[in-house]
Design a protein around this ligand. Structure first.
Ligand SMILES: Cc1cc2nc3c(=O)[nH]c(=O)nc-3n(C[C@H](O)[C@H](O)[C@H](O)COP(=O)(O)O)c2cc1C
Length: 192
């Protein structure tokens, strides 16, 4: 089994990556091949809508996405952790997602070459707590996972609001355990 874990926060020990790490830890003991990507460490240029992926089904931009495309294709599970930034995701994570337009073009115009079927998982943390605050991210991530041939439901995510308030101990034992249980469920589903 192959897991690609994409960390969207510039803070490697922040709330979202801490939750994500607990999820990843369970895969380590299951003997999974794990690739972790911190998007802020990567050289990923924005999509310029050049149209090459529409006509020729490849991306001509030479950067770290060349390798990441292959990892996305082959992963059985793709997990994304992200803070909420202006009700969406941080720009560097959005850049990676936009560069996956190549998969959208393949899915719609060259469907013989789809990434292998996979499971998507999301962790999103946010400073405040307001109505429908995660709806933008959920819509975006659902669209992304659908494009790369990943199943994803609202049971496959952990959304943690209110990290700005009160004490630093926001990542409580309970939420950490929830993250571990989520990975156990995903591992069981994949290996069954
Ligand atoms: C640029 C920026 C934009 C943010 N936008 C929002 C927002 O729209 N809504 C919100 O509730 N919190 C917002 N926050 C707070 C973060 O989502 C919150 O602190 C999050 O838990 C940080 O996660 P991390 O520790 O994994 O980086 C923002 C923070 C930054 C730096």
């Amino acid at each position: 089994m192959k897991l690609l874990a994409i960390h969207g926060s510039p803070r490697k020990r922040g709330f979202s990556s801490t939750l994500h790490s607990e999820f990843i830890r369970q895969f380590t003991s299951a003997g999974t091949e794990i690739t972790e990507i911190h998007v802020y460490d990567k050289n990923i240029l924005p999509c310029t809508a050049c149209g090459t992926c529409r006509s020729e089904f490849y991306c001509p931009v030479k950067d770290d996405m060349e390798k990441i495309y292959g990892i996305i294709r082959q992963a059985d599970v793709i997990s994304i952790s992200t803070p909420l930034y202006f009700s969406s995701v941080p720009s560097q994570l959005k850049v990676l997602i936009d560069r996956c337009q190549i998969f959208w073009e393949q899915k719609n115009h060259n469907p013989g070459n789809l990434p292998c079927r996979k499971q998507g998982v999301l962790f999103c943390t946010a400073g405040a707590d307001y109505t429908s605050m995660f709806s933008g991210v959920l819509q975006l991530v659902r669209h992304f996972f659908n494009t790369i041939n990943a199943g994803f439901t609202e049971q496959d995510c952990i959304l943690l609001p209110g990290t700005d308030s009160s004490v630093a101990e926001k990542i409580s034992l309970e939420i950490i355990n929830t993250s571990a249980r989520l990975s156990e469920r995903i591992i069981t589903g994949i290996t069954r």
